[in-house]
Design a protein around this ligand. Structure first.
Ligand code: PEP
Ligand code: MN
Length: 373
C-alpha cells in the first residue's frame, strides 16, 4: 500500500463509536437538551448526535467517554434513561432513532405510513423507450422511475448499460412526466455524476459490501436505496447501511431483493420476513423488490401485495413495453404496462386497509422545473 492510499484509508475511518444513548423525558426543553449536550461534549473527543422524535429526543454519544459519564447523565434533570448500545450498527438502529425515518424528496415521502412505487425497465435503452415507460409509470400512479444506466452484469460480455447518456435520458423522462428517478451506481468515481442526474442512487446486491462505494455515498446527501446482498444476513445488511449513515448521509432506504437459497425454480427467494424484522431493528424505510426477488413475471403481483401486507414502505418493480426484447435478461421478470397499472390500482385499494397512504399523484410537475440537465 502506498503512503497516499494508506492516508486515504485512515481518513475514511469512522472515528469512534456510539457507546450509549440518552433518552430524554417527553417534556424536555431545547435549552435543557443543549445543557446535556454541553456536559457530554465537556469530555474531550466525545460527540453528541441529537435525534428529535415526535415524542422524545434521543442523544447518541460517540467516542470514548469517562466511565462516570453514564451515571452523571442519569442523574441529570430531563433525562429518563441512559442505555449502552451493544449492536455493531448504531445509527441504523431503532434504539438510536425510535421514530421511522421519512425521506422527503421533492414532496414525495418515503417511509412511515407512506407507500411508494418505483417502476421502470431494468436498463435504460433509448430516449424513446425510457420516455414511453415513464409516461406509463406516471399514468399508473407510480412516483419514481427506475432504470439502470450502469448495469452490474454477471458476465463481462453481457450488455453493460448505456452509461452517462442513459442518466441524461432518464433525467429528461423523469422531468417531463413528473417522476423522481432512481439509478444504480457501481463505483465511487461515478457517484457525483449519478447524483447530478438522479434523485435516488441504488446500490446493487453485488455491491452491498463495496465499502469504498458506501463511504463515498456517506459524503453526499442524495438518498440511497441499498439492496441487500444476496447472501447477506440482516446484521451485515444493517452494518452496510451504517457505513453510509456514519459518513453523514442520513437518507438511506433498505431494499429486500431476494436471497440465494437451494431453490432454483425462482431466481431468488424473496425473504418477506426481512421486511418486519428490518423495521423492528431499524428506523430506515424498507422497500421490496419482487422482480429480482422472484425472477418470474407471474410472481411479481402476488409478492408485491404480500410485501405491502408485510409492511413494506415501497416497491421497486421492473416494467417494460417490450420485455421480450429487453437488453438485459430481466424481460422475463418485467411486467407489461397493463399488468403494472392493474397492480397499482389494486394497491390503491389495499393500502388503506393496511394503514398505508398511497398517494398516486404526489409528484407535482412543477417540482421538477429546476432540474439540472
Ligand atoms: C436491478 O435493479 O436491475 C438490479 C441489478 O438489481 P440487483 O442488484 O438486486 O440484482
Ligand atoms: Mn434488473
Amino acid at each position: 500500500m502506498t503512503i497516499a492510499s494508506f492516508a486515504q484509508v485512515q481518513a475514511y475511518q469512522y472515528k469512534g463509536e456510539i457507546i450509549m444513548i440518552v433518552i430524554t423525558k417527553p417534556s424536555i426543553t431545547d435549552e435543557r437538551i443543549a445543557e446535556i449536550v454541553a456536559v457530554i461534549e465537556r469530555n474531550g473527543g466525545v460527540q453528541a448526535h441529537v435525534s428529535k422524535g415526535t415524542d422524545r429526543t434521543v442523544i447518541g454519544i460517540i467516542g470514548k467517554a469517562e466511565p462516570t459519564l453514564a451515571e452523571h447523565l442519569r442523574q441529570m434533570k430531563g433525562v429518563e434513561n441512559v442505555i449502552k448500545i451493544s449492536k455493531s450498527y448504531k445509527l441504523a438502529s431503532r434504539d438510536f432513532h425510535p421514530d421511522d425515518t421519512v425521506i422527503d424528496i421533492k414532496g414525495v415521502k418515503i417511509g412511515g405510513d407512506n407507500l411508494v412505487v418505483m417502476g421502470g425497465p431494468c436498463a435504460v435503452e433509448t430516449p424513446e423507450q425510457i420516455d414511453e415507460i415513464a409516461r406509463l409509470v406516471k399514468a399508473a400512479g407510480g412516483q419514481v422511475l427506475r432504470g439502470g444506466a450502469f448495469k452490474p452484469r454477471t458476465g463481462p460480455y453481457s450488455f453493460q448499460g448505456v452509461g452517462v447518456e442513459g442518466l441524461v435520458m432518464m433525467a429528461e423522462a423523469g422531468k417531463k412526466h413528473g417522476l423522481l428517478t432512481i439509478t444504480e451506481v457501481m463505483t465511487p468515481e461515478y457517484v457525483d455524476v449519478c447524483a447530478e442526474y438522479a434523485d435516488i442512487l441504488q446500490v446493487g446486491t453485488r455491491n452491498m459490501q463495496n465499502f469504498d462505494l458506501l463511504r463515498k455515498l456517506g459524503t453526499i446527501q442524495t438518498p440511497v436505496l441499498l439492496k441487500r446482498g444476496f447472501s447477506a444476513t440482516y446484521d451485515e445488511f444493517l452494518n452496510a447501511a451504517e457505513y453510509i449513515l456514519a459518513g453523514g448521509n442520513p437518507n438511506v432506504m433498505l431494499c429486500e431483493r431476494g436471497i440465494r437459497t437451494f431453490e432454483t425454480y425462482t431466481r431468488n427467494t424473496l425473504d418477506l420476513a426481512a421486511i418486519p424484522v428490518l423495521q423492528s431493528l431499524s428506523h430506515l424505510p424498507v422497500i421490496s423488490d419482487p422482480s429480482h426477488g422472484t425472477g418470474r413475471r407471474e410472481l411479481v403481483e402476488p409478492m408485491a401485495k404480500a410485501s405491502v401486507a408485510a409492511g413494506a414502505n415501497g416497491l421497486i418493480i421492473e416494467m417494460h413495453t417490450d420485455p421480450d426484447n429487453s437488453m438485459t435478461g430481466d424481460g422475463v421478470q418485467s411486467l407489461f404496462p397493463d399488468q403494472f397499472a392493474k397492480l397499482l390500482k389494486e394497491l390503491e385499494q389495499l393500502a388503506p386497509l393496511l394503514g398505508k397512504r398511497f398517494d398516486t399523484d404526489k409528484a407535482p410537475a412543477e417540482a421538477f422545473k429546476e432540474w439540472k440537465i
